[in-house]
Design a protein. Structure first.
Length: 265
């Protein structure tokens, strides 16, 4: 049991570290001369690749993202965070599973770029949406995914408003963790809402070209400029929030132990 807990803790902390680095670099790119055009995970990976020893750094980043993906899938399957089996709990756990898969995809993209293969570019979301629209009921499914992003945006906003995220943070964390977490989660809620809106429109009107990834969602907020700056800065703070979780998130509490023991029976 303790080996499982140690593995869970390692996966989680390495994953939060990698996620924090990606978001901080993404926000830096968005606020620098590169601007929103390259403010995407792929843009981050290209920037890391161009650093000294970039391929090695990319592989390390990919390992961290994959570990976070494994942590989220594990938590979704075994309910390590105690969300329960009611409708709300199942919805949150499905969100964890989707997050896990998404981070595996990001890890794979980083590995491909590190090995010299094409990274697929920023149009991959539009291409995938177009393929989905060509399937039976594809528009309905794409719209449902968009509604899922709206739900995720609402969840992020609620956590920012209520500071629910502090329940899992160790008491010795510094006081500045609260405002940083609130600002970061609020910015992420805005971006998720933009992505969700684009998916719903694409599903209802069959316009796959309007589907937005993270970079496109930021680009859509460039007018007014102040809003773009606020959201980009908020995403940087979300990266800091992820680094805070890597350092101060409580993972081995008594509830987690009890749930893992129950799942092992």
């Amino acid at each position: 049991m303790m080996n499982r807990l140690r593995s869970l803790e390692t996966f989680a902390r390495a994953g939060w570290l990698a996620r924090g680095i990606v978001y901080c670099l993404l926000a830096y790119i968005a606020l620098s001369s590169a601007g929103a055009a390259d403010a995407s995970p792929q843009g981050v990976f290209r920037s890391v690749r161009d650093m000294p020893g970039g391929s090695v750094l990319l592989i390390l980043l990919a390992i961290g993202l994959a570990l976070y993906g494994a942590y989220r899938l594990y938590g979704a399957a075994l309910d390590s965070e105690g969300k329960g089996d009611d409708a709300k709990g199942i919805a949150i756990r499905l969100g964890y599973a989707a997050s896990g898969i998404a981070h595996f995809v990001l890890a794979w993209a980083a590995v491909r770029l590190a090995s010299g293969n094409a990274d697929g570019g920023s149009g991959r979301e539009k291409e995938a949406a177009g393929m989905l629209l060509d399937m039976p009921l594809g528009g309905t499914l794409l719209g449902a995914i968009g509604l899922g992003f709206f739900a995720a945006a609402a969840h992020q906003a609620v956590k920012a408003w209520t500071t629910e995220f502090m329940k899992g943070v160790a008491p010795q964390a510094p006081a500045w963790v609260v405002p940083v977490g609130r600002a970061g989660l609020a910015a992420r809620a805005v971006v998720f809402a933009v992505i969700g809106y684009s998916l719903v429109r694409a599903g209802w009107f069959g316009t796959a070209g309007e589907v937005k990834g993270l970079g496109d969602a930021l680009s859509a907020l460039t007018e007014p400029a102040a809003l773009y700056t606020l959201v980009a800065a908020g995403l940087f703070l979300f990266g800091i929030h992820s680094l805070v979780e890597a350092r101060w998130r409580r993972i081995r509490d008594e509830d987690v132990v009890a749930r893992l023991q129950a799942a092992a029976r």
